[in-house]
Design a protein around this ligand. Sequence first.
Ligand SMILES: *Cc1c(COP(=O)(O)O)cnc(C)c1O
Length: 393
Amino acid sequence: MRNEEMLLVPGPTPVVDSIYDAMGQETRGHTDPRFAAIYKRAIDRTREMLQTDGEVFVISGSGTVAMEMALVNTVTSGERLLIISQGFFGDRFLPLAKAFGIEADVIQAEWGKQVDPDIVEKKLAQTTYKAVTLTHADTSTGVAADLDTLVPIIKKHGALVILDGVCATAAMEEDMSKTYGQEGADGKIDVVLTGSQKAIGVPPGLAIVAFNQTALAAREKIEQVPAYYCDIYNWLPIMHDPTKYFATPPVNLIYAYDEGMKLVLTEGMENRYKRHEAFGKAVRAALAVYGMKALANEEAAAATLSCILYPDGVNDAKFRATLGKKGVIVAGALAHLAGKAFRIGHMGNTTEAMLEEAVTHIGETLIELGKDVNITEAREHFTETFHMHTSRS
Ligand SMILES: *Cc1c(COP(=O)(O)O)cnc(C)c1O
């Protein structure tokens, strides 16, 4: 890899050489059939990754644009939205809904915990909601949503499931053909939205959204969505035939994304889910040796990133600056956890070797900051845990 640093923030994530190479190819006109063929293939690969029978949209924009596209095409002004929030990014749906006149209620989990499914069930029994948003992995807390429990509860009450996969898609199972809960019932995820720069491992700049047939039927009932760029009907003809024009796609980023999707499908979804699960468990097991605990308990923890609490006496700014000088870049924590924790991404094209090296450098950093820690033991915990979870069949 030509990268000089290990970018272990929860997005963007390390970009591999083949993706840089793809991105550096000659820029062509956005309706050139040679480019259109690559765009089409990238869309088809996305469809295959998510196993959807509906429509996939890959457009310029960050994950937030994908959130907006998902929402405005399914829920209209005056309808109700239920937001299930397990942190900062779950909460983001609230101002988003407000901006479009959508009435929203929030069920907020305590930071580090999952929401109580009984509360969700009660809320849905009391009030009719058009849709419910779930954040698959909340990037502020490192808490994962329990889809197997929540999706069937939501679908039973007839609401659409909108899944924010920005820090999860391609690393944690999101199978739009899967029936969550009881066979025979409608237990499907209706909308998955994501961005290019997290678990997919492509540079930032693409918003990716998939709508199933139920979600597309919801769009059909809306005469005019309060958006222009984010109206899926403006993009549908281009997604079917990228030689057509609506707004110029980011040609070079599409090259990169197509290569990223190739890497995802070549590794295979099951292998990726297993690798990320193992990454998460191994990183947390290793850092626990240093007396560093994850905010989320292990059952609720996301596979893609961890929010790690500092042991007493470790200064956040000093820790991250010292670690950064060793070439390992991690992120600070958000909101009330700022200064008390850091966030480490372990997703996308990050490798086992990189994470093991990061464990070493974190240990060295702690020693420089006056802590007495055992690096050898932490590395051993990392390797053992990783292999235990990847060799399991
Ligand atoms: C990063 C992130 C977002 C926002 O994505 P941007 O690309 O920064 O707009 C939304 N949701 C989750 C879960 C994220 O991790």
